[in-house]
Design a protein around this ligand. Structure first.
Ligand SMILES: CC(C)(COP(=O)(O)OP(=O)(O)OC[C@H]1O[C@@H](n2cnc3c(N)ncnc32)[C@H](O)[C@@H]1OP(=O)(O)O)[C@@H](O)C(=O)NCCC(=O)NCCS
Length: 173
C-alpha cells in the first residue's frame, strides 16, 4: 500500500485523458454522490472534460504512476468568500480502500495554503450517507462542523449533508 502511495501525483487534466476519465466517470458507484450522472457515452464524458473540468481554475487528476485514476477539485469563493474553497474528489472504484484519496487530500493541504495565501479555510460538503468520504476527511484532520438538514436536492431527493472544514492554522496543530 505504501508503495502505491509513493506513486501518487496530481497534475492538470488534458483532453487526451478521456479514456482514463471514462473509467470512473461512467461508473454509477463512483458518481453516486456527484452532482452529475455517470456518462453512458464517450462524447458526454469528453464534453464534461472540455467544458467543465479543463476551464476550472483548480481541477487536477490524481495519477498513479502518471496515469489518471481519479480527480480532485478545489473551488475557491470570490468577494467575501475568497477566504474559503470547497474540495471534492473521486477515485476509480478499483483503487478504493488503499488510502489513496486520503493521501491525495493531504497533498493538496500541504501546498494549497502556500500557493493561495488568501485561502484560510477548505470546506467539504458530504452527503450524510457517504461514509467513506467522511472517513477520508476525518483521517486528514477536517473538523465535522455539523449537519445541514435537507441541504441539497440529489437525484430528486432532498438530502442531509455534513459540513467539514480544515483551516490553514490546523496544519501546524
Ligand atoms: C470517497 C472516496 C474518494 C474514498 O477513496 P479511498 O481511496 O477509498 O479512500 P481511503 O482509502 O483513503 O479511505 C477510505 C476510508 O473510508 C472507509 N470506508 C469506506 N467506505 C466505508 C463505509 N461504507 N463505511 C465505513 N467506512 C468506510 C475505509 O475503510 C477507509 O477508512 P480506514 O482507512 O480507516 O479503513 C472513494 O470512495 C470515491 O471515489 N467515492 C465516490 C466519489 C465520492 O463519493 N467522492 C466524495 C464526494 S464528497
Amino acid at each position: 500500500m505504501e508503495d502505491q502511495i509513493s506513486k501518487l501525483s496530481l497534475r492538470p487534466f488534458h483532453l487526451s485523458d478521456i479514456d482514463d476519465f471514462m473509467v470512473w466517470a461512467s461508473d454509477d458507484l463512483v458518481t453516486r454522490f456527484c452532482s452529475w450522472d455517470a456518462y453512458t457515452s464517450k462524447e458526454g464524458g469528453l464534453a464534461h472534460l472540455r467544458d467543465r473540468t479543463l476551464p476550472h481554475p483548480w481541477h487536477k487528476t490524481i495519477c498513479l504512476s502518471d496515469r489518471p485514476i481519479g480527480s480532485i477539485c478545489l473551488t475557491q469563493g470570490s468577494g467575501e468568500a475568497l477566504c474559503r474553497g470547497e474540495i471534492g474528489y473521486a477515485l476509480a472504484f478499483k483503487y478504493w480502500g488503499q488510502g489513496l484519496a486520503t493521501h491525495a487530500v493531504n497533498m493538496v493541504l500541504s501546498s494549497v495554503f502556500k500557493d493561495k495565501p488568501e485561502l484560510e479555510r477548505i470546506e467539504a460538503l458530504v452527503d450524510a450517507d457517504n461514509v467513506g468520504s467522511q472517513r477520508v476527511l476525518e483521517k486528514v484532520g477536517f473538523k465535522k462542523e455539523g449537519l445541514l438538514r435537507k441541504y441539497l436536492i440529489h437525484r430528486g431527493k432532498t438530502v442531509d449533508v455534513f459540513m467539514y472544514s480544515f483551516l490553514s492554522t490546523d496544519l501546524i496543530k
